[in-house]
Design a protein around this ligand. Structure first.
Ligand code: ADP
Ligand code: MG
Length: 493
């Protein structure tokens, strides 16, 4: 009976002003395990009324003394306590993340470790935000003070659920902002579990609020709300463009990370075994649901045929399986929508290029949103599978004749998030690194991401930088203060 089945489904609430509350509509969104297609939880379907409550709480917390007057040291300690708690609960968080997102448990464990590291990093950085003394030519002291922007709305995607929450919350808390976080409707669970630990870490009520809901009904009113001062968004380019337009009316500060179609470039002199590994890792890690996925694989002609064959042979050995099994190297896609989207690109690819591996549903997995790791080759860079972000395990291999052609193809995309170059020739490598229009360029590797180093894109991959010292900059305003030291009238009139 449906009512009995429901008993095992955990019901979550909204986290507003330090309390767990229901949504005003009383409606819920089902949350799935994409490997079994079963509902594992329900979260509130928040709407504009709930958003208004959360923004009011965040604004009150920002305006009130309690948060405003915390010292940077105190905010740092709160972040360290959160990191400690995440490390203590890492097993539970990784398991929940893997169950809800479909990612392999081993990858989820890396993610949760990165979550804790992110809180530690910004915990340390909280006390290193410095202003300036400006060398003005008068008898005056001119200061630049750094102050929190205010209320930040943070809208995140489903591919790295708690990690994306950490990338947004940690620098905002360090800077002294208050936040409303909206997780993706598909993967809200780890952020909600995390919220349980905010009070004991010492965070005053209202500093962090969590609203679950759909983009149109919970995300859009956040973007329009006049009391929200900043939007930090990670997600699709389509929604990023909607957000920039919607934020214009109230001149919100906006940072965007919108994914890409990143080139992974292999010259003939690269170490062959490392290259094959790097090509597969670049595009298939996290089922290819990665904004920086190396989804365009550019290969120099002398090694091209051998490369495609080796890549395809190894791709066929990638172990698909349930996310919670430690041997699993690829889990299901996050949702039915995403599965349909990736399946349709597999069919588009079959018309546009040649198929070297995969190309369909993973037949070995009877249930769940599994697709085969798929490799197309002889892809023209103008093909849809080379221009459009698929966000799944679908690689487009493109041959190139020389360095100039590699650069031309690499940059022939509206995106500019990431790229990688594989070669043993440092002169050629660095010429290519300089010529590529992307915010992140890896050499002889692809995907390592560190909280210490800036992350963000060129072109339509967005603007602003997360992580590193730039991550906190995006939550700070600059106030210029001029202190006159002449104890006499101006004497103008
Ligand atoms: P995808 O289509 O892959 O789910 P989206 O860019 O739609 O990627 O989703 C990223 C995040 O943006 C999610 O939290 C989603 O709910 C939110 N979102 C979607 N549409 C809007 C919108 N119109 N305004 C604000 N947020 C939105
Ligand atoms: Mg969407």
């Amino acid at each position: 009976m449906a009512s009995e089945a429901k008993v095992s489904v955990r019901r979550y609430h909204l986290y507003i002003n330090g309390e767990w509350v229901g949504s005003s509509s009383g409606r819920f969104i089902p949350v799935m395990d994409p490997s079994t297609e079963e509902i594992i939880a329900e979260v509130p379907d928040a709407n504009e009324k709930d958003v208004n409550r959360a923004v009011a709480a965040a604004k009150a917390a920002f305006d009130s003394g309690a948060w405003h007057e915390t010292t940077a040291q105190e905010r740092g300690r709160i972040l360290f306590r959160l990191a400690e708690r995440v490390r203590k609960e890492a097993g539970m968080l990784a398991e929940l993340e893997a169950r809800n997102s479909g990612k392999p448990i081993v990858e989820a464990e890396y993610d949760i470790n990165d979550v804790a590291t992110c809180f530690e990093y910004y915990g340390g950085l909280a006390t290193k935000v410095l202003g300036h003394v400006n060398p003005v030519p008068d008898n005056a002291l001119s200061l630049s003070l750094r102050e929190p922007i205010g209320v930040a709305a943070q809208i995140i995607p489903w591919n790295y659920p708690l990690l994306m929450a950490a990338w947004k919350l940690a620098p905002a808390i360090a800077a002294g902002c208050t936040c409303i976080l909206k997780p993706a409707e598909q993967t809200p669970l780890t952020a909600l579990e995390f919220a349980n630990w905010l009070p004991e870490a010492g965070l005053p009520p209202g500093v962090v609020n969590i609203i679950t809901g759909y983009g149109e009904s919970a995300g859009a009113p956040l973007v329009l709300h006049p009391d929200v001062n900043k939007i930090a968004f990670t997600g699709s380019a389509t929604v990023g463009k909607i957000i920039v337009k919607a934020a214009a009316d109230t001149v919100k500060r906006v940072t965007l990370e919108l994914g890409g179609k990143s080139p992974n470039i292999f010259f003939a002199d690269a170490d062959f075994e490392s290259a094959i590994d790097g090509a597969l890792f670049g595009v298939f890690i996290n089922q290819g649901e990665v904004c920086s996925a190396g989804s365009r694989i550019l290969v120099e002609k002398p090694i091209y045929t051998k490369f495609v064959e080796a890549m395809a042979a190894k791709a066929k050995t990638i172990r698909l399986g349930p996310p919670l099994e430690r041997e699993t190297k690829m889990g299901p896609l996050v949702s039915k929508d995403q599965y349909d989207r990736v399946r349709s690109y597999q069919e588009v690819g079959k018309k546009e290029a040649k198929l070297a591996a995969g190309g369909g549903r993973a037949a070995s997995m009877p249930k769940g949103y599994y697709v085969e790791p798929t490799i197309f080759y002889d892809v023209d860079n103008s093909a849809r599978i080379a221009q459009e972000e698929i966000f799944g395990p679908v690689a487009a291999v493109i041959p190139f004749a020389n360095e100039a052609e590699a650069i031309r193809i690499a940059n022939d995309t509206p995106y500019g998030l990431a790229a990688a170059v594989w070669s043993r020739d440092i002169f050629k490598t660095f010429r290519v690194v300089k010529a590529i229009r992307a915010g992140i360029v890896w050499v002889n590797h692809m995907q390592p991401t560190y909280v210490e180093a800036p992350w963000g894109g060129y072109k339509q991959s967005g603007f602003g930088r997360e992580l590193g010292p730039s991550g906190i900059e995006e939550y700070l305003e600059t106030k210029q203060v001029h202190i006159n030291l002449n104890e006499q009238p101006i004497g103008w009139y």
